[in-house]
Design a protein around this ligand. Structure first.
Ligand code: APR
Ligand code: PHB
Length: 393
């Protein structure tokens, strides 16, 4: 088998890259360890930056998002029993975010790739990458549970295989520097068949810890609670979850959380991670394979899409002109955005959670930060421009 760009992983990064390359006449093959059904049903993030939503529309995969996605012009920060709205659109000259589940984006991208004759190999076993210090790198894999090994020869490999993928660990460790921060908490997330209790997202800071009110549709609420890092969801019967959520979202004027059957429950770990550089020879890392952000800023999916925009542009330039200049600068261009998004995600996380090692000074400082960010136009504008997404370079 031969292709121009071999892509490992059919998450947002891999599928969007394949789609963008196709629109520029560049061929790719996507190799995905899981089944199509699995990736199309995997519950993940759900907030699209203005630029991500625009890209879906501009590249012809935004129809369902335009129909089913919910455009939000603001978010709420809640603390001290009071609600404070950040008017995203007013503070950014009209930008907004769109609430549309990541697995719906995945379905739309897979449908578009398959309709265009694109090749996605699902259930690819034992995927491994080779010779990426040469100009003819290869990917080896087993097709669909069979024992026969296949080899795909490419010009370039895109490692879009997420944080636990094989591409990053295959690069010699002395060629990479890793930057990492772990947090002393995780999120317990639920999906409930309940009407959202507010039209917008609510980020709540409470003495008992952080809570987030989000949604997936007018009938499905997505809720999160800060919990211990080693927490098991079995320790959280439904009653306890609802009581804790109601406590953390409570306001002085008696706000009520809508409840309903919990259809999904899970723990999300919190980590900040960056690898530098994001490339080695003809292997390019994109998305979670290269970096992880804690979910407080809702940036994981958007950052993955931003990476592959840069990579698609660099590859398009190479195939059109033969110039490797943009390819050589891939990592440098991506990392400027990556670090700004890391800073924002870390800042939102630090401002909104209780830390086990914090003292009374830290707590007071956090409350002052929330007060500042909800009363100063400059501070709320800074939050807003990061939340709707910084401009692409
Ligand atoms: N071989 C083939 N595929 C693999 C392998 C492997 N060895 N290891 C992992 N994969 C696949 C996973 O099954 C997954 O479908 O790679 C894909 C990686 O997708 P994501 O984890 O979604 O990562 P990415 O595309 O970078 O998107 C980042 O996804 O995890 C969320 O919150 C995160 O929103 C962010 C976004
Ligand atoms: C979600 O809806 O899953 C969600 C929303 C906002 C976040 C994180 C997750 O910051």
């Amino acid at each position: 088998m031969r292709t121009q760009v071999g892509i490992v992983g059919a998450g947002p990064a891999g599928l969007m890259l394949s789609h963008l390359l196709h629109l520029h006449g560049i061929e790719s093959v996507v190799l995905e360890a899981r089944s199509q059904q699995y990736v199309e049903e995997r519950i993940r993030a759900g907030v699209l930056e203005q630029g991500t939503a625009d890209l879906l529309v501009e590249t012809g995969v935004g129809e369902r998002m335009k129909r089913d996605g919910m455009v939000h012009h603001g978010i709420e920060l809640r603390f001290g029993g009071r609600a404070h709205r950040i008017d995203l659109s007013q503070l950014t000259g009209g930008s907004a975010v769109t609430i549309y589940a990541q697995h719906e984006v995945i379905k739309d991208l897979i449908a578009a790739r398959l309709a265009a004759g694109g090749q996605i190999v699902f259930e690819a076993g034992d995927v491994s990458v080779h010779n990426f210090d040469s100009s003819a790198p290869t990917i080896q894999f087993r097709e669909n549970g069979t024992a026969t090994h296949k080899e795909l020869t490419c010009d370039f490999i895109a490692g879009c295989d997420g944080f636990h993928g094989i591409c990053r660990p295959t690069i010699p460790t002395d060629a990479l520097t890793m930057y990492e921060r772990t947090y002393p908490f995780a999120w317990l997330g639920i999906l409930a068949e309940a009407r959202p209790s507010s039209e917008e997202l609510i980020y709540a800071y409470h003495d008992r810890g952080f809570a987030l009110h989000s949604m997936r549709s007018p009938a499905l609420t997505r809720l999160y609670l800060q919990c211990a890092p080693d927490e098991h969801s079995d320790n959280w019967p439904d009653r306890k979850i609802w009581d804790e959520l109601q406590t953390r979202f409570a306001t002085l004027d008696g706000w009520k959380l809508n409840q309903g059957p919990i259809v999904q429950k899970g723990i999300t770990p919190m980590r900040s991670f960056v690898v530098e550089p994001m490339q080695f020879g003809s292997l390019f890392l994109a998305g979670d394979a290269a970096h992880i952000v804690p979910p407080t800023g809702a940036k994981g999916l958007n950052l993955a899409v931003a990476d592959v925009r840069v990579l698609a542009r660099a590859l398009t330039d190479y195939y059109a002109t033969g110039s490797r200049e943009l390819l050589a600068r891939y990592s440098e261009i991506c990392l400027r955005r990556v670090w700004k998004v890391q800073r924002f995600s870390w800042w939102m996380t630090s401002m909104l959670h209780r830390f086990t090692d914090e003292n009374a000074f830290d707590h007071r400082r956090q409350l002052a930060e929330l007060d500042y960010v909800t009363t100063s136009r400059a501070a709320s504008q800074s939050l807003a421009e990061n939340y709707v997404g910084l401009p692409m370079e």
